[in-house]
Design a protein around this ligand. Structure first.
Ligand code: IPE
Ligand code: IPE
Ligand code: MG
Length: 240
């Protein structure tokens, strides 16, 4: 297995679910689960290069999560602000390029600027591309791309670039989608980009997720037979 995957490695995407239940099960406020979730982000990102993962996309806040109570949304936004403030240096030091994917026009004052400066400070990182999805909706991205479509000559590549661009993202296919927290659904995450992704569901709550869980998901992924609509890859005979 590669020790330095770089952006050319595997693209894993994680629906980081179960923070609220993790906290409730311990008699803690839901926000305590979100706080512990930040530590899981750090552990998971640091484990990626050794597992051959070059791009890690994390679902942190969906466009539908605005429906939650004001105090939870406010707490999550404060957490995002402090993550950007406190983690940028460490990300730059570890060769991690940070991108924030999603709408920026509904985020609280100051956060879009903090995102831009964290992205700029980490832009030269080549060890891992860490993409964090905030105010993200795959369906809204697809609708916005369709509205911008000119003429009728879209290809999968050109339309994919348009879809990604609506959310400040770049066009990237996802190899492996992991969802923690026991639910088995996509909740409007990367619907276009995950067309041929392998899916891995685990009951582990996100605050408890760590390097071993990520390694187990990657090991299971390595045993899958990805056919992309074709037939099982036959062993290629040596050239005569
Ligand atoms: C995921 O954890 C984080 C966000 C959606 C912001 P949840 O907050 O959904 O946790 P559960 O699913 O209620 O346990
Ligand atoms: C999906 O989790 C969004 C994130 C993890 C950020 P939700 O907890 O919002 O999804 P549902 O409501 O269970 O589908
Ligand atoms: Mg949830």
């Amino acid at each position: 297995m590669q020790s330095e995957a770089g952006p050319g490695g595997l693209h894993a995407a994680i629906i980081m679910d179960g923070n609220g239940r993790w906290a409730t099960q311990r008699g803690l406020p839901r926000l305590a689960g979100h706080h512990r979730g930040v530590e899981a982000i750090r552990r998971t990102a640091e484990a990626c290069p050794d597992l051959g993962i070059g791009t890690l996309t994390l679902y942190a806040f969906s466009a539908d999560n605005w429906q939650r109570p004001d105090d939870e949304v406010g707490g999550l936004m404060r957490l995002l602000r402090s993550y950007l403030r406190n983690e940028t240096q460490r990300l730059a030091r570890t060769g991690t390029r940070l991108s924030v994917v999603g709408r920026r026009d509904r985020l609280p004052r100051g956060i879009p600027e903090a995102i831009a400066s964290a992205e700029e400070a980490t832009a030269s990182g080549t060890r891992l591309h860490l993409r964090i999805c905030v105010d993200y909706s795959a369906r809204d991205a697809i609708i916005a791309a369709a509205q911008r479509l000119q003429g009728g000559d879209a290809t999968r590549e050109s339309f994919g670039a348009l879809v990604a661009g609506q959310m400040h993202g770049s066009p990237v296919d996802v190899d492996l989608v992991i969802r923690t927290g026991g639910e088995q659904r996509l909740s409007d995450f990367l619907l276009w980009e995950a067309a041929y992704a392998e899916l891995h569901f685990t009951d582990r709550m996100w605050p408890d997720f760590g390097a071993d869980d990520l390694a187990a998901a990657v090991a299971e992924f390595a045993r899958r037979d990805r056919r992309f609509g074709g037939l099982k890859t036959a062993a290629v005979p040596a050239a005569a």
